[in-house]
Design a protein around this ligand. Sequence first.
Ligand code: DX5
Ligand code: ZN
Length: 210
Amino acid sequence: MILSPSILAADFGILAEQVKEAEGAGAQWLHIDVMDGHFVPNMSFAVPVVETLRKYTKLFFDVHLMIDNPEEYIDRFIDAGADGVTFHIEAVKDAENCIKMIRKRGKLVGISISPDTPVSAVEPYLDKIDMVLVMTVYPGLGGQKYIKAMDEKIKYLREKTGPDFKIQIDGGVREDNIQDALDAGANVIVAGTAVFNDDIAGSVKRLMGV
Ligand code: DX5
Ligand code: ZN
């Protein structure tokens, strides 16, 4: 499994320090939640934060765009240091174009589906992308409860894609439910509040089962 701690739950005043602690404990990716106040009601951070953070860590930057018109920003996030870009299928008119933009830059391509979006929305693109992000909470906020019914989407996608395809889950992952998600077939796990707490290194290690 790949653990992708979400910095949305970090202490932004000491962001680099906290990210380095997660990296030192063995996390492989860093999940960067970009919110625009349109696609989701909240706003978070954008390009300058990614650019700054890039100087402090070698972690794989897993950028989750919760924004309308992602095609306008894909290149800018890649210029800032994104290694992978995930956009929401609900936010785009032309998914093929977004896929091409990310692919052209040689980065990992992800498409996300919100809880009310059926898996069928991403099925036409499965052979063109590297990852599907199954939202296990409604996007826009950390610290919500894992929606168990999403396990069915994970299982279906795993059957459709095969063992190496990346199925990422995001929202409500804790030490006591991570195993269920892995059993369903998820292999890239986002965790915000379950990592960025008083014991970042210990939380990373426990979530990774080491
Ligand atoms: C929610 C974000 C998540 C969030 C997860 O919209 O996409 O990445 O940070 O937070 P937790 O792990 O606390 O549910
Ligand atoms: Zn996210």
